[in-house]
Design a protein around this ligand. Structure first.
Ligand SMILES: CC(C)(COP(=O)(O)OP(=O)(O)OC[C@H]1O[C@@H](n2cnc3c(N)ncnc32)[C@H](O)[C@@H]1OP(=O)(O)O)[C@@H](O)C(=O)NCCC(=O)NCCS
Length: 308
């Protein structure tokens, strides 16, 4: 099919699209590993987000979603195009629609993650002015069963000032572009969000000479089998101890693994490996970011007859 004559209609996703979308996911991920079908209802009912599909001649050929994470921060996810229709500009249309939608809503920072080998997505990023702002490596570790050796302690609101000072300007924070993970999405770690994490019991730390030397934030998930680490920071030696402490915490909680998508920073990588974690994926994950100003962008100037 010629890319120039393909007539693509972009419209809001509907409940009735579910089976067709699931079939696309199955065609892309033949082992059935795609998370999208499980999130279908949640995404459909997400009033703060925009969930769209692409149709060609009445046939569903692609899906994509923009999710509101916090304040003026948004996340793109669930971009899928049916293999038979790939390479014809459909993902570009879906992404542009979600970017345009954010411009119209008043703007904000928009991010997404993809792996280092996903060339079409790297090109899509460039097309809409996204910058590659952080790289993550995927690590895993076994729980450390047996005697507890690390004095890991839960952090509270009283630790906020020390925790915030430790993070500010650290090499780890710079490598992460000041982002922390909220289970497969990343957003800016502000002082307010850090306070919130500590209040809900998601922060752990270790002290040296009565001073906080390293801290970890955990992802807030309903996963019981894994301890998912969201962010760590601190001195190199303290980090290795802290990461070992997280393996002990995983054992205490009955988890069967620790998972950590760690910002690529040399001292952190050393500490991770010293603490017995191994890299579980041969690719890196890249986070891309763009800022969409409020109002219309130039691409909106020409009328788009085939979009809702
Ligand atoms: C990624 C995906 C959505 C792209 O959909 P698509 O409709 O084929 O993309 P487009 O046709 O709009 O092409 C986007 C860009 O990638 C390029 N491209 C397309 N297929 C490519 C390929 N196989 N290799 C390299 N570049 C490719 C296009 O030329 C275009 O770049 P350009 O604008 O500079 O010309 C689709 O491949 C897909 O569903 N992949 C599996 C799921 C996935 O990886 N989703 C993204 C998760 S982050």
């Amino acid at each position: 099919m010629d890319k120039n004559i393909l007539r693509v209609r972009i419209r809001a996703a509907r409940a009735a699209d579910r089976a067709d979308a699931a079939a696309i996911c199955d065609r892309i991920y033949e082992d059935g590993s795609d998370y999208l079908p499980q999130l279908w209802d949640e995404w459909l009912n997400d009033r703060g987000g925009q969930f769209i599909v692409a149709e060609v001649e009445g046939r569903l050929v692609g899906v994509a979603k923009r999710t509101h994470l916090a304040d003026d921060e948004y996340w793109l996810e669930g971009l899928r195009v049916s293999p038979a229709y790939q390479g014809q500009g459909i993902a570009a249309r879906l992404q542009a629609h979600l970017v345009d939608g954010l411009h119209r809503m008043g703007g904000g920072t928009l991010r997404f993650a993809t792996h280092s080998g996903n060339r079409p997505v790297h090109r899509l990023a460039a097309r809409d002015g996204f910058q590659h702002v952080a790289t993550y490596r995927l690590y895993r570790a076994e729980p450390a069963w047996g005697k507890v050796t690390v004095s890991l302690r839960p952090l509270t609101g009283d630790d906020l000032n020390e925790a915030w000072t430790l993070i500010q300007g650290s090499p780890g924070c710079s490598a992460a572009n000041s982002l922390y993970e909220t289970f497969w999405s990343w957003q800016t770690l502000t002082r307010e969000k850090l306070a919130d994490q500590l209040l809900r019991g998601g922060g752990w730390g270790i002290d040296e000479d009565d001073t906080l030397a390293a801290l970890a934030l955990l992802c807030d998930t309903d996963k019981k089998d894994a301890l998912d680490v969201s962010y760590v920071d601190g001195s190199r030696e303290a980090l290795a101890l802290l990461l070992m402490g997280l393996r002990e915490l995983a054992a205490q909680r009955g988890c069967d693994k620790v998972r950590f998508r760690a910002a690529e920073e040399p001292e952190l990588m050393n500490a991770i490996e010293e603490a017995g974690y191994w890299e579980s994926w041969d690719r890196e994950l890249r986070v891309y970011e763009t800022f969409a100003a409020g109002g219309r962008r130039q691409s909106d100037e020409s009328p788009r007859l085939d979009a809702d």
